[in-house]
Design a protein around this ligand. Structure first.
Ligand SMILES: NC(=O)c1ccc[n+]([C@@H]2O[C@H](COP(=O)([O-])OP(=O)(O)OC[C@H]3O[C@@H](n4cnc5c(N)ncnc54)[C@H](OP(=O)(O)O)[C@@H]3O)[C@@H](O)[C@H]2O)c1
Length: 291
C-alpha cells in the first residue's frame, strides 16, 4: 500500500539543512532503497536543493519508475511575459535530471502573493498541466493570505502548508472550513527537527522561551496519555481530516524507519483534541523565517 509519507530531499543537496538528530547520514541510494521497501513512493524536491534532483535521477537510472517526483519552479517574476517559457524550461530540466516522464506535483517555490496570483504564471501553469508533463500544480504557503488565495483559486490542485502538533493555525482558520477540493500536504511536521532538539532551540532560536514552554506542555500531554513525541507528531497530522499526505526530511535510515512506524500508530482521541487546541493558536516562532 502506498504510504502517506512523502520524503523531503532538501538534505540530499544541502547537508546542513535543518536541525539534525546526529544519527549517521545514509547515502541517497540507501535512503531511497529503504524508502521504497517501506512503501514511500513520492519525493519532494526542488532545483533549490543543490543537486538533489540529479541524485534522484542517478537512483532512477538503475531503478526506473521507483518514485513519483514532486518538484518546484523558482526565480519567477511578476508581470513577466517569459514566465511560460521559464516554467516549461525548468520542468523539462527537472524531468531530465530526475529521470521521470512526468512531474507529479509542480509547486511554485516562491510563496509571495504577487507570484502565486500573477496571471502570466497562472496561465502557464494551466498550459503545463494540459501538456501532460505535469500532473498537478500547487503552492507552498507561509501566510494565511497565501493559503486563502490558493484555496480560492481554480488553478491550484495542491497546497503545501506548515501543519504540525506545533502549528495548526492556518489549518484551523482556513483549510478546515473551506469546502475545497485541494489536496493538502503538511510540511514542517518536525519544524525542521527542532521538535527533538531542545538544546539547539535554546542556543539558536531567539524565541526559545515560548517555544520551550510550548514543548513542555506537549511533553506533559505525551506523558499523560502514554504516547511518544514521534508517534504523536506523525499520526496527529494524518488524523486531521483535510490532510492528504505529509512531508518529512531525514538523512538517516534509522529515523526514516522510525517515522514510517510512527505514522502507523493511532493516537488516543482525547490526546488529539488536547493537542489540536494548543496548536490552533498563532505562534510567531512557528515560521522558521522569524527565528
Ligand atoms: N516548499 C517549501 O517551501 C519547503 C520548505 C521547507 C521544507 N520543504 C520540504 O520539506 C522537507 C522537510 O523539511 P522541514 O523543514 O519540513 O523539516 P522536518 O521534516 O520538519 O524536519 C526534518 C528534520 O528532522 C530531523 N528528524 C527526523 N526524524 C527525527 C527523529 N526521529 N529524531 C530526531 N530528529 C529527527 C531530521 O534530522 P535527521 O536527518 O538527522 O533525521 C531533519 O533535520 C524538505 O526536505 C523539503 O522537501 C519544503
Amino acid at each position: 500500500m502506498s504510504s502517506k509519507i512523502i520524503l523531503g530531499t532538501a538534505k540530499f543537496g544541502i547537508s546542513g539543512y535543518g536541525f539534525s538528530s546526529g544519527n549517521h547520514y545514509s547515502s541517497t541510494h540507501e535512503l531511497l532503497q529503504k524508502a521504497k521497501e517501506l512503501g514511500v513512493d513520492t519525493l519532494d524536491t526542488s532545483p533549490r536543493y543543490g543537486d538533489a534532483e540529479k541524485q534522484i535521477g542517478d537512483y532512477h537510472k538503475c531503478n526506473p519508475n521507483s518514485f513519483k517526483v514532486c518538484s518546484k519552479v523558482d526565480g519567477l517574476m511578476p508581470n513577466d511575459v517569459h514566465s511560460e517559457r521559464n516554467i516549461f524550461r525548468s520542468v523539462e530540466k527537472t524531468i531530465t535530471l530526475s529521470c521521470v516522464s512526468q512531474i507529479e506535483i509542480l509547486y511554485l517555490h516562491q510563496n509571495e502573493l504577487d507570484i502565486i496570483s500573477d496571471h502570466n504564471i497562472l496561465e502557464a501553469l494551466v498550459k503545463i498541466k494540459e501538456s501532460g508533463i505535469v500532473k498537478k500544480v500547487g503552492t507552498s504557503v507561509y501566510s494565511p493570505g497565501e493559503c486563502e488565495f490558493s484555496l480560492n483559486s481554480d488553478v491550484y490542485d495542491v497546497i503545501q502548508a506548515p501543519i504540525s502538533i506545533l502549528d495548526t493555525y492556518m489549518y484551523s482558520k482556513l483549510i478546515e472550513m473551506n469546502r475545497n477540493k485541494n489536496e493538502i500536504i503538511a510540511r514542517s511536521v518536525f519544524l525542521q527537527g527542532t521538535l527533538f532538539n531542545r538544546e539547539d532551540i535554546r542556543n539558536k532560536i531567539k524565541q526559545a522561551e515560548p517555544m520551550l514552554e510550548y514543548l513542555d506542555q506537549v511533553d506533559c500531554l505525551v506523558k499523560k496519555y502514554g504516547s511518544n513525541l514521534l508517534s504523536l507528531a506523525c499520526s496527529f497530522v494524518l488524523t486531521l481530516p483535510h490532510v492528504t499526505n505529509f512531508i518529512v526530511g531525514t538523512a538517516s535510515l534509522q529515523n526514516l524507519v522510525r517515522i514510517v512506524g510512527a505514522a502507523g500508530v493511532n493516537i488516543p482521541g482525547e490526546l488529539f483534541v488536547e493537542v489540536k487546541a494548543l496548536s490552533n493558536q498563532y505562534k510567531e516562532w512557528g515560521n522558521p523565517r522569524n527565528w
